[in-house]
Design a binder for this molecule. Structure first.
Ligand code: NAP
Ligand code: ZN
Length: 355
C-alpha cells in the first residue's frame, strides 16, 4: 500500500486537518502521480461541509490535480515515469454502458467513481487531491501540453475548465453567438475565457460591480451588473445561450428573459438548496430551454486541455499553502478569490518531512 498524506474533513463542521491514509499499489493499468498542485473548487467546500447530504467522512476533497508520474503499471503505454499528468473529477466508470461507449463517462449509467467522495451509486470512498500522491487508472488521467511553468494555473482546467468547455461545445457556441456567463468565480472566469476563444460575443453577468474591469480583461465584450434592472433590461431577448455558474439559489427568470427564441440556459452551479421554480411562461412563449450539464468526458477533457494550450488559456490563480485551506474556503464563500485558489502541495510535503 502507498502511505498518503492529506488534509481531510472528519465531520461536516470540523475544519480540514492533517490525515494519513493508504492508496492501493498501482495495478497493471494504473499510474501513480506525485501531486504538485491542486485547485480548490466550490464543490470541495459543498462536499467537506456535507451541503449535498452525501458526504462520506473522512473527506479528502480536490479534483483539479496536476503532478508528475512516479510509477506506471505493466500494461500502461500512454504515460511514462517523469511525464506530467492531470486528474479531474472522475477516476473510473463502468466502461460498458451507452454513455461510457460514447465517451460521456460522467453520465455513466452505472455510476462513475468520483475522484473524491466515492462511487456515486455506492462502494468504497475515494480520496482526492488535497494529498501528496494519487494512484489512478491511466485511462482517467490526462496529458498536459501547456508550458510547464504554467502548471499550477493549468490545475483548475481539470474541473472549472471542462465544466464550462463541455456545455459551450455541446450547445455549439462559436462565432456569431451571443453568450451570457452568470457569475465570475472559478467556473465563470474560465467560461469567459473559453467562450471568447471560441469566437463568441460574451456578456458577463455579475453581482459584484468591482469585477467589471476584470470581466473585460478576461475576455467579456460586455459586463452587466445583475442587480441593476436597467442593465438587465437592455439584454432582454438578446442571448443565444447562457451558462449559469452561480453557487447559490437565485431567480432564474431574470436570466431566462434574456434568451432569444429557442435559446438555452444551462445550469452548472449546484447550490445546496433549490432555485425557486422558474415561470413556465418565460419558457413557452419563446420556446426557451433550461438545461444542466455535468463536468465532461475524459476524451473531451483532453480536447479542452489541448484547446486551452493552443489558445494560451490557463486559470487566474492565487496560490495557497495546504495549511491555509480553511481560510481559503471562507474567502471563497465571500467571493474573495481571483479567480481560483490553487494549493501548492510542496507546503504539505514540507510539513510531513518536518514532522
Ligand atoms: P465560486 O468560485 O465560488 O464562484 C461562484 C460565483 O457565483 C461567485 O464568484 C459569484 O460571482 C456568484 N454568486 C452570485 N451570488 C452568489 C451567492 N449568493 N453565493 C455564492 N456565489 C454567488 O464557485 P465555483 O467553483 O465556480 O463553482 C460554482 C458552482 O458550480 C458550485 O455550486 C459548484 O459546486 C458547481 N460545480 C458544478 C460542476 C458541474 O459539473 N456541474 C462542476 C464544478 C462545480 P459574482 O461575484 O460574479 O456574482
Ligand atoms: Zn469542481
Amino acid at each position: 500500500m502507498v502511505k498518503t498524506y492529506s488534509y481531510a474533513a472528519q465531520t461536516a463542521t470540523s475544519p480540514l486537518a492533517p490525515h494519513t491514509f493508504e492508496r492501493r499499489n498501482p495495478n497493471a493499468d494504473d499510474i501513480q502521480i506525485d501531486i504538485l498542485y491542486c485547485g480548490v473548487c466550490h464543490s470541495d467546500l459543498h462536499t467537506a461541509r456535507n451541503e449535498w447530504n452525501n458526504t462520506l467522512f473522512p473527506s479528502v476533497p480536490g479534483h483539479e490535480i496536476v503532478g508528475r508520474v512516479t510509477a506506471v503499471g505493466s500494461a500502461v503505454t500512454t504515460f511514462k515515469v517523469g511525464d506530467l499528468a492531470g486528474v479531474g473529477c472522475m477516476v473510473d466508470s463502468c466502461q460498458h454502458c451507452a454513455s461510457c461507449a460514447e465517451g460521456e463517462e460522467q453520465y455513466c449509467e452505472n455510476g462513475f467513481t468520483g475522484t473524491y467522495n466515492g462511487p456515486v451509486f455506492g462502494g468504497e470512498n475515494t480520496f482526492g487531491g488535497y494529498s501528496d500522491k494519487i494512484v489512478v487508472k491511466a485511462k482517467f488521467a490526462l496529458h498536459i501540453n501547456h508550458d510547464e511553468s504554467k502548471l499550477a494555473a493549468v490545475a483548475p482546467l481539470l474541473c472549472a475548465g471542462i465544466t464550462t468547455y463541455s456545455p459551450l461545445h455541446h450547445w455549439k457556441v462559436g462565432p456569431g453567438s451571443k453568450v451570457g456567463v452568470v457569475g465570475l468565480g472559478g467556473l465563470g472566469h474560465m467560461a469567459v475565457k473559453i467562450a471568447h476563444a471560441m469566437g463568441a460575443h460574451v456578456v458577463l453577468f455579475t453581482t459584484s460591480p468591482n469585477k467589471r474591469e476584470d470581466g473585460l480583461r478576461l475576455g467579456a465584450n460586455e459586463v452587466v451588473v445583475s442587480k441593476d434592472e436597467k442593465e438587465m433590461a437592455a439584454q432582454a431577448n438578446k442571448l443565444d445561450f447562457i451558462l449559469n455558474t452561480v453557487a447559490a439559489p437565485h431567480d432564474l427568470d431574470a436570466f431566462l428573459a434574456l434568451l432569444k427564441r429557442d435559446g438555452t440556459m444551462t445550469l452548472v452551479g449546484a447550490p445546496a438548496t433549490p432555485h425557486p421554480s422558474p415561470q413556465v411562461f418565460n419558457l413557452i412563449f419563446k420556446r426557451r430551454s433550461l438545461a444542466g450539464s455535468l463536468i465532461g468526458g475524459i476524451q473531451e477533457t483532453q480536447e479542452m486541455l489541448d484547446f486551452c494550450a493552443k489558445h494560451n488559456i490557463v486559470s487566474d490563480i492565487e496560490m495557497v499553502a495546504m495549511q491555509d485551506i480553511n481560510e481559503a474556503y471562507e474567502r471563497m464563500l465571500k467571493g474573495d478569490v481571483k479567480y481560483r485558489f490553487v494549493i501548492d502541495m510542496a507546503s504539505l510535503k514540507k510539513q510531513v518531512s518536518a514532522a
